[in-house]
Design a protein around this ligand. Structure first.
Ligand code: ATP
Ligand code: PRP
Ligand code: MG
Length: 212
């Protein structure tokens, strides 16, 4: 009897870009996750179900065993610490960069600056590594607005095409980290459900290689 597995995903780009990686394993949701209101979705593999959670909650569900596996952005893992999780596969999807950004003419040197971000831990570490202390303002979204209205001198946010920065008259100032989504696994599940998880990891890694 095969072991049942629960995989935590977030709606949007993570879900959309993970589905094609799972399809070759015979794992496809039985209803459209984009439109369904169900948060638990059975798949074409009777032993695998998906749960739909907020992107920032994926590590929590997996670490506490609410899910055996999940897909989380490296930004989220860096910010939260990734405790209690294995991170065996870089899925190479949802690629972007964590950046310091601000007005193109911003002069951030020589004084204590205010930085608005939802990534307060990453930001604190980034500036501390340069020997700088900054005042952090925690936001939950629309960071690009903060320098425009004088809330902050700079922001730390995700940048892909740069369109959002440009549209708001901002520019990338310093890179912090290259980001992609990672497969994360509950440590207990990795031991107890090894027979189901191990081959799955191998097959997902093959999907990733084919995608590259
Ligand atoms: P919510 O909408 O619930 O607030 P969110 O904005 O964190 O969540 P997404 O935008 O789907 O959710 O982001 C999920 C992950 O995708 C992020 O953690 C990051 O790793 C990656 N990501 C975010 N924005 C981009 C982007 N513009 N391009 C590529 N990858 C991105
Ligand atoms: C993300 C991120 C940036 C934007 C960067 O927002 O928070 O605002 O993408 O991408 P770009 O460089 O290609 O413009 P998202 O699209 O996830 O919207 P959200 O505010 O709903 O999270
Ligand atoms: Mg987003």
């Amino acid at each position: 009897m095969a072991e049942p597995l629960t995989l935590a995903l977030s709606k949007g780009r993570i879900l959309e870009q993970t589905m094609p990686l799972l399809k070759p394993l015979g794992i496809e949701p039985l209803e459209d996750p984009a439109t369904s209101r169900n948060l638990v979705l059975p798949t074409s593999d009777p032993n695998v179900r998906l749960i739909i959670v907020r992107a920032t909650d994926v590590p929590t569900y997996v670490a506490y065993g609410g899910a055996d596996l999940g897909v989380a952005g490296k930004d989220v893992l860096l910010e939260q610490g990734g405790h209690g999780l294995y991170e065996p596969v870089d899925l190479g999807i949802a690629r972007c960069r964590l950046m310091v950004a601000g007005r193109p003419d911003a002069d951030l040197e020589g004084r204590r600056i205010r930085v608005a971000t939802k990534f307060v831990n990453v930001t604190r570490r980034h500036f501390a590594a340069q020997g700088r202390q900054v005042d952090l303002i925690k936001l939950y979204g629309s960071m690009e607005l903060a320098p425009l209205v004088g809330l902050a001198d700079a922001i730390v946010d995700l940048v892909d095409t740069g369109n959002t920065l440009r549209a708001n008259g901002l520019a990338p100032l310093e890179p912090i980290a290259d980001i992609s989504a990672r497969l994360v696994v509950n440590k207990g599940s990795m031991k107890l459900k090894h027979r189901a998880i191990k081959p799955m990891l191998g097959k997902i890694a093959e999907s990733v290689d084919r995608n590259a």
